[in-house]
Design a protein around this ligand. Structure first.
Ligand SMILES: [Zn+2]
Length: 227
């Protein structure tokens, strides 16, 4: 069972999941909350809670946002440094072969750069877009879009009964498209596609990985409890 469904039992107001449907009904909300408490503290657990059980988070929303900002800034800095390192290689190349290889390295590093953080220099003003991006990524994962192909069931009619839906691979949900993301970031779709798609996908993958790592840990704790 998906951690989102388990954790939804802890949210009194949730109506998205049918409690007990094919699940493990012997687990009480107390069991689940206790198991969440046993997942090691850290960003993965915080993200898991933010996505599926906000009341269980230890960090405030702004502390969590700060942690995600640091994560983005670190990756942004590494990409900038890779470009300057390649620049040094171009400048210091002595043979034509060495120069050609350094130029390739520079072009690749340059293409991997992310949009700048500074919007104005005097006084230093930070762009709001990275903040919108963090909020949009969390919303996209916490409230996934229902698959339009199978209507959210994860199954489609096939010759022999039903088959897993190809579009969502049986998940029932799909990623948001560029139209939704551009609106969430307050920009035109073309700007999203040209400039912001890369950092968006990077953060989406990073948050998904961390939250599902914590969710796996949660399932292991619950499983051990049952024995
Ligand atoms: Zn589907």
């Amino acid at each position: 069972m998906h951690a989102a469904e388990l954790m939804a039992r802890l949210n009194p107001s949730t109506v998205r999941y049918d409690i007990g449907r094919g699940g493990i009904p012997e687990l009480t909300p107390q069991d689940i909350a206790a198991a969440i408490g046993m997942v090691p503290a850290g960003l993965p657990r915080e993200l898991m809670c933010r996505l599926w059980w906000p009341a269980g988070a230890a960090l405030t929303a702004s502390q969590l946002d700060r942690a995600l900002m640091d994560l983005l800034l670190k990756e942004w800095t590494e990409r900038e440094l890779a470009m300057y390192k390649a620049l040094g290689a171009v400048a210091g190349a002595v043979s034509p072969g060495e120069r050609a290889s350094a130029q390739r390295q520079y072009a690749e590093a340059h293409a991997r750069r992310w949009p700048k953080w500074i919007e104005r220099l005097e006084p230093v003003t930070i762009t709001e877009t990275y903040k919108h991006l963090r909020e949009a990524v969390l919303t996209e994962i916490a409230e996934p879009r229902r698959c339009s192909c199978c209507g959210g069931s994860g199954e489609v009619r096939a010759r022999a009964g039903v088959a897993p839906c190809d579009r969502c691979l049986g998940q029932g949900t799909t990623k948001q498209g560029p139209t939704w993301r551009a609106a969430a970031l307050g920009m035109k779709e073309v700007s999203y596609k040209q400039t912001w798609h890369e950092p968006y996908e990077w953060l989406l993958a990073a948050v998904t990985d961390m939250a599902s790592g914590a969710a796996d840990e949660l399932r292991r704790k619950l499983h051990r409890d049952e024995k």
